[in-house]
Design a binder for this molecule. Structure first.
Ligand code: PMP
Length: 401
């Protein structure tokens, strides 16, 4: 196998060399603790955190003091959901979450049940879109928080967050938005979106893993989930991951500068791959809205083919992709979610047995038209081979069927 194509950017992106250069001094000579700013060793790391805060704030059109550094998207979502709900429980103890939220939002919300909170789920249509009017209908005097992600990592669908925030604002309810899959990939402007909090993760836009941020609109109350120190203005204690945060800041600045050309290029590649596959493979179904989706995001299921087999065959041909099923998850059976079939695919009406047959190709900056054309050549052959072994497909082709 010579060719190696990475089509799994939703799981990780490679570190940009410019980001690594920015980080290196903070792993070596600039080792001081940013809280020790009274001596010279602490001052440079402290200034570096300030700069990264400005860079992240600029990326999403926020103020630097509205940025809380975290260990990534999971922590940012947990802090927002638990922190905002607990700080505002006087308003009511009901949380509304979209059915297709990431587990770090869903499980954080569910964990609040032990404090007497109730969690209600907002449905999406067959394309994965949430109707803002469903938010309007579901909000009631007990609602203290609404959570809707900007874009979904499994099916790429982009929600109409401004329309949703217009409703939450009218009712005086906080809106949290998970922008982990979208930040750095499409424009994220917290003023236009109208959200009260928003999470992002550096590893999704060519920054380091284990670093992220929570935007918290000024004036929104939050109960810290990490006690013990004064860092992040008391909102998230613990000595900061300075090198990681510097990387987050650098990656944010680069992402903003290069966003328009990256988006344009990825949309062309995405549509070439999506439409090319649909033309070449029969019984091919796109998951998620065909156009309201992330640039570079191609997700689908192929009838009469087992997804895991397809994934393995693609890997043998050098193409790394992701299965839409969470069947290998060690969370199986936890709480009320059946993780054997992806909750996202189940929410858009894909039957559980088919969820296993779904695939996501998430393209990134290193991908080329050659990668797409190679996949368009290889995949129909793999599908044909796998279908030869499928009794269901043979049954379909029998005369009279
Ligand atoms: N939300 C979404 C939509 C994600 O895709 C991910 C990661 N894949 C997360 C949250 C969690 O982010 P992290 O891995 O940085 O903790």
């Amino acid at each position: 196998m010579n060719k190696r194509i990475f089509f799994d950017h939703a799981s990780a992106t490679p570190l940009d060399a410019r980001v690594l250069d920015a980080m290196l001094p903070y792993l070596q000579e600039e080792f001081g603790n940013p809280s020790s700013y009274l001596h010279s060793f602490g001052q440079q790391p402290c200034n570096a955190l300030d700069k990264a805060r400005r860079q992240v704030a600029a990326m999403i059109n926020a103020r630097p003091d509205e940025i809380i550094f975290t260990s990534g998207g999971t922590e940012a979502n947990n802090l927002a959901v638990k922190g905002i709900a607990l700080a505002n429980e006087g308003k009511g103890k009901e949380i509304l979450v979209s059915e297709i939220e990431h587990y770090s939002v869903l499980f954080a919300a569910q964990s609040l049940k032990r404090w007497g909170f109730e969690v209600k789920y907002l449905p999406v249509d067959k394309d994965g879109l949430l109707d803002p009017q469903d938010v309007r209908r579901a909000i009631n005097p007990k609602t203290c928080l609404v959570c809707v992600m900007q874009a979904n990592n499994e099916i790429g669908v982009i929600q109409d967050i401004p329309a949703i925030s217009a409703i939450t604002k009218k009712h005086g309810v906080s809106l949290h938005c998970d922008a982990v899959a979208s930040a750095g990939t499409i424009p994220v402007d917290v003023q236009t979106l109208g959200v009260d909090s928003l999470s992002l993760s550096a590893q999704q836009f060519y920054g380091p893993k284990g670093t992220g941020a929570l935007y918290l609109r000024k004036g929104v109350k939050i109960e810290t989930q990490m006690q013990g120190g004064h860092q992040e203005m008391g909102r998230r204690s613990g000595t900061e991951n300075v090198a990681g945060i510097v990387g987050l800041g650098a990656a944010a600045e680069i992402a903003v500068q290069e966003l328009p050309q990256n988006m344009e290029r990825l949309i062309v590649l995405r549509d070439r791959l999506l439409h090319g596959l649909k033309e070449r493979i029969d019984y091919f179904n796109i998951t998620g809205h065909p156009t309201r989706r992330l640039p570079g995001h191609v997700s689908f299921w192929v009838e009469f083919v087992e997804g895991e087999s397809l994934l393995l065959c693609l890997d043998l041909e050098g193409i790394a992709s992701a299965s839409g099923s969470a069947c290998s998850s060690n969370l199986r059976g936890q709480d009320e979610y059946d993780l054997a079939a992806s909750h996202v695919l189940t929410a858009i009406g894909v039957p559980p047995e088919i969820c296993h047959g779904s695939i996501a190709f998430t393209l990134g900056q290193g991908n080329t038209q050659e990668d797409v054309d190679y996949t368009l050549d290889v995949m129909p052959k793999i599908v044909a081979r796998l279908r030869q072994m499928s009794p269901l497909y043979a049954d379909k082709l029998r005369p009279g069927k």
